[in-house]
Write a new protein. Sequence first.
Length: 274
Amino acid sequence: MISVRKIVTNGVELNVATAGAGPAIMLLHGFPHTWQVWEPIIPALATHRTVIAPDLRGLGASHRPTSGYTAGDIAADVVGLLDTLRIERADVVGIDLGTPAAFLVGAVHPERVRKLVLMEALIGRLPGAEDFLAGGPPWWFGFHAVPGLAESVLLNHENDYLDFFLSAGTLGDGVTDSFRRAVHAAYSGPTALRAAFEHYRALPRSAEQIAAAASTRLTVPTLAVGSNPVADATFRQLQTITDDLSGTVLDHTGHIIPQHRPEALLACLKTFVH
């Protein structure tokens, strides 16, 4: 049984889904996602874990502040959630936009993280992703980064744009209809779009935060999971700074791993965070 409630932490009201009982596991989604991206794996995890899946600040049904969209801000939200829920340590799993924040939780607050799983995202400007970036960063990074542009262009065409991200590179089972509907509802209108794109506008500052954190070793046991298109780039970025690192690339799997190949992801998590 999944319950959803609002929790105020770090100065922002977050929409948080929880389920199950046992050792905690925190799931951090990306763009254009909501907590529902994890729905295919939550029931299995909840049989032996306390699952915590927040909508990131500005996304889903969480509050949309005017500022505070760096990876460090999201990491502080995660630690605040753990404090509010009186959880001392948790496994932390991130995908896409959630991955840099998950990295910072593990790097800055290693005492709060038992194990770390980082999926399908580059972690700031850490070296190791040169092959992936040989043709330049994905085009939408620049589009989203220009203040006011993307939300004005996309207004009233949100679903067409969102479906590009939900369908491009789809491998495995694709995304569920319920998840697609949740995304359409969550990213509709100028305020929702503005908040989503603020995460991209904060990327330069996030990169600075990550570089500062990476000046010391990442000591938390970490698993890098890749698919299509990031593959092993996350692993290669972590390789030179992480004490205990393992990695895997899932075949025939698109970018939105928990939707495209939930059973394969569950197998990875069962092996690593058992």
